[in-house]
Each structure stands twice: as structure tokens, then as C-alpha cells.
Design a protein around this ligand. Structure first.
Ligand SMILES: Nc1ncnc2c1ncn2[C@@H]1O[C@H](COP(=O)(O)OP(=O)(O)OP(=O)(O)O)[C@@H](O)[C@H]1O
Length: 645
């Protein structure tokens, strides 16, 4: 009970923190710095990073905190052996003891902490062998043993969830166990180990580059960042010959394509986009040149004047680019568009998107629609509805083009790309994680954009809310894209939509509703909070989607586990994170009637957002010097509680 927990904590203070822990014994331990309770009845987290604890931890101190889930004593001066009764903390998920002076053997009893997710013992003086019992920790995601004095061979870990592993700077030796060979070389630096990703062991055949390919995946089969190795493998003679022959073939194919392109001169004015599509993201000067070869670019009429509100027509021979006015945007004509250097941004449900940089300097995004079966009149009517939408959180549609063979939509180009790319792309070094303040700003902007779409009438919905349709302009201003495209799309386009965002009641993706948008937005919120893509392979291995995964974790009361580790560095925001998580869970309620409306969602996010801005101000004012690690906040505030919908 809480009294026993309090006594254990006071005993710990007497042993290692007499002068540094200002705990008031007459108050409930739940108010003590670094202590987190559940329902004011048990201590579930003890976080005392870098507070100056010194000495060795006796038995019957932390070992008596039997409800403990998080123990963080990192960056202190703790020494001696770990107390063996640490193995009685069977609720423990995160154990952070790195950067102390612990010595002796790693207790084999740690292997009985079956709920452990993160174990960090780096930067100590642990010696002896790595206990084979640690291989029982089947939920382990992080195992960091770096910079100790461990010796002997590494036990054969086969942990399905292991994402980070490090034994660098130890005296371990022997062959790297097969299941760990997919981790990069810097997991095994300065050891006596051998085998991939290091040098082959004596008697082992060095892997050929070809053999590296398919087996270089992580244990969960989905973590390409582990493939890095030292990147200096030598190519075999066969591979060099293959590359040389391949290059010659590619050059020949390009030559043939160029000849065909020249012959087709004049056939279709927009067919230069085919060339762009074929070339993907290659530099595009040549594409512009190809368009010029076709006689499309010379003598273009440049910018056109525009009336402020009515659609205007920029003429290019028989072809017309129709603009929506009122924005004061610089206009251009079809010829300018064709002369622009372009690159493929990506292929989506409704067609291919291109970035086009016009000679006048304007950059636009052009969407080339596929499978449009509407008549010209129907198409124009529907596109004008889309073009009439005007809101700061909607990507503006500037113009469109319709011909029998080609349907184009011209949008403002959003320079920071999609939320999906920012959140999940570039996992390597140099990545700038999205801050809590930015995430709440994006959530609010996206919610306002959807609210605006819904405000046009009960039959208006977006139908395809997902992170690749949240685009970011400079300073991470978020806007909804692809609004209204479902109106234009043919039946074929509905099949490719990502199921991870689709509300359970939506069986035909073309028949969506506002409540289905709320569901998809809830998934998007979960994505912002967890950092996980709804279609991520390992979530779906068990057939679990993101909302169900979050609910299962929350049900087990590991709320802190669901959050993106990149978010856990922020101080004083835990309660707001939990509020947003609760909102996301409410939005993803199974039954549409139980879901909130978008105005309600916006109102709730506004509250969280203003609190996030306050926290940001506090952070900027306070002199925060601590180094905060994954899964480990400084705040002793309660994480809050979550209810299931
Ligand atoms: N206006 C824009 N500015 C910048 N990038 C854009 C713009 N519109 C689309 N993109 C980028 O182009 C890529 C393809 O977009 P597109 O909308 O065609 O497909 P999608 O969003 O991936 O899927 P879906 O069509 O199902 O919405 C997206 O990843 C997006 O980042």
C-alpha cells in the first residue's frame, strides 16, 4: 500500500539521497518530487534523473515498490551491485539506470521482469556475462548495455519487438547471435565480436552483397534503418559487370524514349507530363527541354490578368486553364505550366501529383486526375464547388484544366510536404522531430479545415482524411488537401485508400459521412501522439489497427507507453497529451453516434493548444538543463486516466 511505498522511498532517501531529496515525510509520497502515483494509492513511477544520488541501493528500498512501472535513476552517482530484490518489481516496464557507477553482475532476476519494455544499463561498470535469462524478456524493445565491462558471449536473443540493441564498448566476444545481426555495426563497436555486420567470424564465409539484400531486415521485418552496417562493402566482379550492363541498357532505353518523344511532337499538349511521370524525381531541365522540342514552350503568352472573383480563362490555343479568382495569385497559362520544370511528388488515389516551377518563379502542385468519367459539364460544376472553398486550413485550388484526355487541378504548392513525410520520413540523423507545440498546432489546423468542410452542409465530408493529405506550408501551417476529389473520382480510385483511417461502418469508400471523417481525424490524432503510421506493418501483424492498439495499451494502463518517444522530452505536457489521447479515443469510437462533431473536436483542441503554448513559454523562461531520455519525463504530475469509449 501507499504507506509501505512511502517507507521504502524514505529508506532509499536515507541510503542515497539524504541531502538531495527534499521530500516532506508528513505529506503523501504522491506529492514528492519524482514520484508518480496511481489513484493516490500506489507509487507507479520513480523518476530521479541527475539529482545527485550517491552510494549503493540497499535491499528493501526500491525493491519494495511492488507496483512500480517506471524506475529512472539515470545520471547519478549510484554504485555497488543492484539489489537482488529488484527482480520482484514485476510491473516494471521501463528501467533506466544508465550513467551511474553500478558494478558487479547484472542480476539474472531481471529476466523475470516479463513486462519490461526498456532496459538501459549503459555507462556503468557492470561485469561478468550478460545473463541468458534476459532472453525471456519478450516485450523488450530497447536493451542498452553499452560502455560496461561485460564479457563472455552474447546470449541468443530472439526478441520480436527489439528495436534498439547496444553492447558497444564491452569485452564481449564470440559470434553475434543471428537475430541480432540486423542491427547496425555501431551496436557492436569496440568489442571482440565477429559476424555480420562486423567482420566475418573465422571459418564463416563473408556474405556477398547479393546475399545481404533480403536478409538485412530487422527481426520484425520492417526496420530498414538497421541496414546501415559500415556501408563499405566491396562489390564482387559479377555485381560490377551487372551494374555496367544495366547502365548501358538504361542509356539505350532512354535514347529510344527520346527518339519516340521527338516523333510524337505535337500530338498532345499535356503529354510532357507523361515524360515527367516516367522520369520520376530526376532533374527536370530536360523535361522542359523536351516540352520545348515539341514546340510547346516557345512564344508562351506569360501571365494573364485576372478578374478578382469570377473564374478566368487563360487561353492556350484550344486548351483552357480555368482560374478561380479572388486570391490575388499570379496567374499563368497552360503553356507556362508545360514549360515549367516539373517533378513527380507522388501517386495517390486520384492520380499523380507534380511539383511545377514556372519560369516566372511561382511553384504550384499539379494533380493529373485519372479515371474521371464525368462529362465536361459535370466536371466543371463539381470543380467549381471545390474551387469556391476558401479557408486558411484548406489547400487552395487555383485552377483546373479539362480536355478529353487530360484533367488537371492546380494547387498552391505546400513547401514542407505532407505530415506523413515529416512524421515518418527521415528517421536517421539530421531529423528534426516535430515538437509538441507544432503537433498541437497541426491538429488544430487540420480540425478547423475539416470543420469548415462540414460547415458547408450535412452532405459535405472529406472522405479521405489521412496524414498524407495534411500538407504543411512554411512554419508548419497545416492545410487539408484533396478535399472534394471524391466527387470527381471514378469507381476505380476508391480501392487504393488506406484502410487504417477508415471508419468501421464505411464499406464503400465513396459513401462517407462527417462522422466517418471524425473517425479518420481521430486516427490522425493518434498518429500525431504515437508517432506510428496507421498502416505500420508491425501493428497489423496481429491484425490490430492503431485505435485498437492504443486502446489495448491504455486498458493495460501503460498510458505513457503509447506516446511517441520524441514527445516524452517535453515537460509539463503529460496531462495535455492524455487529454488529446482521450479526445482521439472518443473520435475513434466504434459507433458513429458516439463520436463528437468537428466543432466539439475543435473546441477541445483549442484548449489543449493554448495550454501547449503556455508550456512552451514556461519552458523558454525556465533554465532547463537536464538531459531527458526516451520514456522519461521530469514532471512528477500524474499521467492522468483514460476512459474507454
Ligand atoms: N499542394 C501540394 N503541395 C505539396 N505537395 C503536395 C501537394 N499535393 C500533393 N502533394 C504531395 O504529393 C504526394 C501525392 O499526393 P496525392 O494527393 O496525389 O496522393 P496521396 O495524398 O498520397 O494519396 P490520396 O490521393 O489518397 O490522397 C503526397 O505525398 C503529397 O505530399
Amino acid at each position: 500500500d501507499l504507506a509501505a511505498d512511502g517507507a521504502a522511498l524514505l529508506a532509499l532517501r536515507a541510503a542515497v539521497g539524504r541531502t538531495v531529496l527534499p521530500w516532506n515525510a508528513s505529506e503523501s509520497p504522491c506529492f514528492w518530487h519524482g514520484v508518480t502515483c496511481k489513484s493516490s494509492s500506489r507509487v507507479i513511477a520513480l523518476r530521479l534523473p541527475g539529482v545527485g544520488l550517491i552510494g549503493s541501493i540497499p535491499a528493501a528500498t526500491v525493491g519494495n515498490l511492488s507496483a512500480l512501472r517506471i524506475l529512472s535513476l539515470r545520471y547519478n552517482g549510484l554504485s555497488g551491485s543492484l539489489p537482488p530484490d529488484i527482480s520482484s518489481l514485476t510491473e516494471l516496464r521501463n528501467l533506466y539506470l544508465h550513467q551511474n557507477r553500478f558494478s558487479g553482475a547484472i542480476p539474472s532476476g531481471l529476466g523475470s521482469l516479463g513486462k519490461l519494455v526498456r532496459l538501459d544499463l549503459a555507462g556503468n561498470q557492470f561485469s561478468g556475462a550478460i545473463p541468458p535469462e534476459l532472453t525471456n524478456l519478450t516485450r523488450l524493445r530497447v536493451l542498452n548495455l553499452e560502455s560496461n565491462q561485460l564479457s563472455g558471449e552474447i546470449p541468443s536473443f530472439d526478441l520480436p519487438d527489439l528495436r534498439q540493441f547496444n553492447v558497444s564498448f564491452n569485452q564481449v566476444n564470440g559470434s553475434i547471435p543471428p537475430k541480432l545481426r540486423t542491427f547496425p555495426a555501431n551496436s557492436f563497436l569496440s568489442t571482440g565480436l565477429c559476424g555480420r555486420p562486423l567482420q566475418a567470424c573465422p571459418g564463416e564465409i563473408a556474405p556477398s552483397p547479393a546475399a545481404d539484400g533480403p536478409t538485412a531486415q530487422g527481426p520484425a521485418g520492417e526496420n530498414p534503418s538497421r541496414e546501415d552496417g559500415n556501408g563499405k562493402k566491396k562489390l564482387s566482379g559479377g555485381a560490377i559487370a551487372g551494374i555496367a550492363i544495366g547502365s548501358v541498357v538504361v542509356v539505350l532505353i532512354l535514347l529510344v524514349l527520346l527518339i519516340l518523344l521527338c516523333r510524337k511532337n505535337g500530338k498532345s499538349k499535356t503529354s510532357s507530363l507523361d515524360a515527367v511521370e516516367a522520369r520520376g524525381k530526376q532533374p527536370e531541365a530536360a523535361v522542359a527541354a523536351a516540352a520545348r522540342d515539341k514546340g510547346l514552350g516557345e512564344g508562351g503568352s506569360g501571365m494573364s490578368a485576372t478578374p478578382p472573383t469570377a473564374p478566368s480563362v487563360a487561353s492556350a490555343g484550344a486548351k483552357k486553364l480555368v482560374f478561380f479568382g479572388g486570391s490575388g495569385a499570379t496567374l499563368f497559362d497552360l503553356e507556362d505550366l508545360l514549360r515549367a520544370s516539373a517533378e513527380v511528388l507522388g501517386k495517390g488515389t486520384f492520380g499523380t501529383a507534380y511539383k511545377a516551377v514556372l519560369e516566372i518563379g511561382t511553384t504550384v502542385a499539379v494533380k493529373r486526375l485519372k479515371d474521371v468519367t464525368l462529362t465536361e459539364r459535370e466536371f466543371r460544376e463539381k470543380v467549381e464547388l471545390i474551387g469556391a472553398m476558401n479557408h486558411p486550413n484548406i489547400v487552395p485550388l487555383r485552377a483546373y484544366y479539362f480536355s478529353k484526355d487530360e484533367k488537371l487541378l492546380v494547387y498552391d504548392y505546400m513547401s514542407l510536404g505532407s505530415l506523413s513525410a515529416v512524421l515518418h520520413g527521415n528517421k536517421g540523423s539530421g531529423r528534426t522531430p516535430l515538437s509538441w507545440e507544432t503537433r498541437t498546432g497541426i491538429a488544430l489546423a487540420a480540425a478547423r479545415g475539416i470543420e469548415y468542410i462540414h460547415s458547408n452542409g450535412p452532405s459535405y465530408s472529406h472522405g479521405n482524411i489521412k496524414s498524407s493529405n495534411i500538407l504543411l506550408a512554411k512554419s508548419y501551417e497545416a492545410r487539408i488537401s484533396d478535399h472534394g476529389l471524391a466527387l470527381l473520382a471514378g469507381p476505380a480510385s476508391s480501392s487504393t485508400r488506406v484502410a487504417g483511417y477508415r471508419a468501421p461502418e464505411v464499406t464503400d469508400p465513396r459513401r462517407v459521412s462527417q462522422k466517418a471523417d471524425v473517425y479518420s481525424f481521430g486516427v490522425l490524432l493518434l498518429e500525431l501522439l504515437t508517432g506510428k503510421a496507421p498502416a505500420q506493418a508491425y501493428l497489423n501483424e496481429e491484425g490490430i489497427d492503431l485505435p485498437r492498439w492504443v486502446q489495448s495499451v491504455v486498458r493495460e494502463e501503460w498510458t505513457a507507453e503509447v506516446f511517441d518517444p520524441e514527445l516524452l522530452r517535453y515537460q509539463n505536457v503529460e496531462e495535455d497529451m492524455v487529454r488529446l489521447l482521450q479526445l482521439a479515443i472518443d473520435c475513434t469510437a466504434h459507433f458513429p453516434d458516439k463520436r463528437l462533431s468537428m466543432p466539439e473536436v475543435v473546441a477541445q483542441i483549442e484548449e489543449v493548444r493554448s495550454s501547449a503554448l503556455k508550456a512552451l513559454n514556461q519552458d523558454q523562461q525556465s533554465d532547463s538543463t537536464g538531459i531527458v531520455e526516451e520514456g522519461d519525463g521530469h514532471s512528477s504530475r500524474r499521467t492522468g486516466s483514460i476512459t474507454q469509449s
